[in-house]
Design a binder for this molecule. Structure first.
Ligand SMILES: Cc1cc2nc3c(=O)[nH]c(=O)nc-3n(C[C@H](O)[C@H](O)[C@H](O)COP(=O)(O)OP(=O)(O)OC[C@H]3O[C@@H](n4cnc5c(N)ncnc54)[C@H](O)[C@@H]3O)c2cc1C
Length: 398
């Protein structure tokens, strides 16, 4: 197994880096690097830049307007962009429903939706989880019944990320309650402006509006908006979730945040000595950096296997667990580094252009918010406990 990049791959990394440096709006870069609030337009403006370069859909086939890149190029593209402070590509269209439509959608659905996902015209959200149906997703109860040429949808989704921005939602619904629970689920594409849809914000512990509840009250959805066949939604959802997990290790982002942690620990002084030079804190940084290096190598090992034709296996679950632990570890050490200055909570300090009086160093203001927000990374996309269950079965045979 060769874990080194080829000359051509290194040249590609340089090309991506140069593109980000030249094209990314410095104000957006600043917001990403300093943990400020990102608005819809921040994501979309970068999405359009990538679309213009033909780089917005690394995982789609060329025939559908994607890049058709192999795993190595996809990894380089994502990691270099994150390291350089670009906002992530919003996953719901490009990484989730796009690949599902390419594999299972009707010709009409492909023709209508795929170009709009590429251009950024449609913002999608993911309607899977419900109260009581998260880890046990197959127990979901939102119901769709046929009435002439329409499905009539009733029920509730929850934790729906950025639904407040969304034009469309891809939704798992129960269309048959008489069969085994996985076999009675279908996937519908629903216009968020349909009468009967209500979006209610859930304000998270950091005071931010990132997730929502979505209610469906006799929502009429054209019959042709079903993906593939009725009762096959579970199969499509599993396919979609395998795409959701790609890139979940977030190595590029973690490297960027490691640099930030070291910069903060260099600025903070303890009895006149930079914190980074104190033994106890230095050891904590070193322990986390070793975890990050091991994560990167594991990620590269998986990519090398994929490049030589092997499908990613349960190792993807390992990346989810370790990746989230490293991300959380970074937020914990940054908060520890600034000590009491992490305590004052001023949501305005997250606004771009805020020029209020910071309490303590200006980098301290967003650290507690980020720390609290990042408790989510070990829950979404399948909680770490569920990932460990999968690993114990598939790798350890327990
Ligand atoms: C910030 C955020 C954004 C999200 N965005 C979306 C979104 O856009 N769309 C969407 O559909 N969903 C979204 N989710 C939902 C997410 O997928 C679920 O929260 C997740 O699957 C866990 O489900 P739950 O919250 O119902 O917890 P539960 O399933 O009730 O689990 C509660 C606890 O019990 C543990 N547990 C459960 N079952 C087992 C088991 N068998 N063995 C061991 N431990 C177990 C879990 O690990 C967890 O710690 C989001 C969640 C978060 C936090």
């Amino acid at each position: 197994m060769d874990l080194r990049y080829s000359e051509e791959e290194r040249a590609f990394a340089d090309e991506v880096r140069a593109f980000v440096k030249a094209e990314l709006d410095p104000a957006v870069r600043d917001r990403v690097l300093h943990h400020k609030r990102l608005g819809k337009e921040d994501y979309l403006s970068w999405h359009r830049k990538l679309a213009g370069r033909g780089w917005v859909a690394p995982n789609w086939p060329v025939a559908n307007g994607g890049c058709g890149w192999n795993a190595v190029r996809r990894f380089i593209h994502e990691e270099v962009m994150a390291e350089e402070g670009a906002p992530p590509i919003v996953a719901f269209g490009i990484n989730m429903i796009g690949p599902v439509l390419i594999a299972f959608g009707s010709d009409a659905q492909k023709q209508h939706y795929l170009p709009r996902i590429l251009s950024g015209e449609d913002w999608w959200c993911q309607g899977f989880s419900e109260p009581g149906s998260g880890s046990d997703l197959a127990s979901l109860r939102t119901k769709a019944t046929l009435d002439g040429d329409h499905w009539v949808v009733n029920g509730q989704k929850t934790w729906t990320t950025l639904a407040q921005h969304a034009d469309l939602i891809f939704c798992l619904v129960r269309t048959d309650a008489t069969v085994k629970k996985q076999e009675g689920i279908s996937m519908l594409l629903i216009d968020m402006n349909s009468p009967g849809i209500t979006v209610r914000p859930i304000i998270t512990i950091d005071g931010e509006h990132e997730v929502n509840e979505v209610f469906f009250d006799d929502v009429r959805v054209p019959r042709e908006n079903i993906v593939g066949e009725p009762g096959k939604g579970w199969t499509y959802a599993k396919f979609l979730l395998s795409h959701e997990r790609s890139g979940i290790a977030r190595v590029g982002q973690a490297k960027r945040e490691m640099r930030r942690l070291k910069a903060i620990a260099t600025s903070e002084l303890v009895d006149g000595v930079p914190l980074i030079e104190t033994k106890a804190f230095r050891e904590k940084i070193a322990a986390l950096e070793i975890e990050l290096m091991a994560l990167e190598i594991t990620n590269l090992r998986m990519i090398a296997a994929e490049k030589s034709g092997q499908a990613p296996g349960a190792e993807a679950n390992m990346l989810k667990i370790k990746g989230s632990e490293v991300q959380q570890g970074l937020t914990e050490l940054m908060m520890e580094a600034v000590g009491p200055y992490a305590l004052p909570f001023d949501p305005d300090a997250l606004e771009p252009g805020w020029n209020g009086e910071p309490i303590g160093p200006d980098y301290a203001a967003p650290l507690a918010g980020t720390y609290f927000n990042y408790r989510k990374v070990s829950i979404y996309g399948g909680s770490n406990e569920i990932q460990r269950n999968i690993l114990s079965k598939s790798l350890l045979g327990l």
